[in-house]
Design a protein. Structure first.
Length: 159
């Protein structure tokens, strides 16, 4: 009697099962990669907005001079050592724009124009007498959860 060559139904089922497991794993990896790329893109944009605010703040300090710059901050702090600003837009670096900047923290709907990112500047004035103001620019956005990135900065008095 002659043996038939070929595959049995059991072998075929096992092979199909293994192919399906590999296919599901590949789709899971693709989904994870897309999520990570989306997060990285949003983080990059949020960091860009934080660095823009830091550059703007340094330009304002240079334009106003240390005395006028700190006077505005001390007035806004109203006896406290910290003051916060919600930076929805960055005005052109002018003396008038900075002196009329409204203090206050961002609410969850104070987005940078055209985005879903909030940007808040918090300055610590405790060391201003020694010529240093430290600060943090926090940018936040909503994904599955609230995502946040912070940029710490230090402004120094130099003549």
């Amino acid at each position: 009697m002659r043996k038939l060559l070929g595959q049995s139904i059991v072998e075929t089922t096992i092979a199909a099962g293994l192919i399906m497991v590999c296919f599901v794993a590949a789709l899971s990896l693709l989904n994870y990669t897309i999520k990570q790329n989306t997060y990285a893109r949003q983080l990059s944009v949020a960091n860009k907005y934080a660095y823009q605010a830091a550059d703007w703040l340094r330009a304002e300090k240079s334009l106003l001079g240390w005395t006028d710059f700190t006077a505005k901050l001390v007035t806004d702090a109203a006896g406290s050592n910290t003051v916060s600003y919600c930076l929805i837009t960055l005005p052109a670096p002018t003396i008038a724009a900075f002196t009329t900047l409204a203090k206050g923290a961002c609410s969850s709907t104070n987005y940078i124009t055209g985005t879903t990112i909030t940007r808040e500047l918090t300055l610590n004035l405790a060391s201003r007498a020694s010529g240093i103001i430290s600060g943090v620019i926090t940018t936040s956005w909503q994904a599955n959860t609230t995502r946040t990135t912070s940029l710490e900065l230090e402004l120094s008095q130099w003549n």
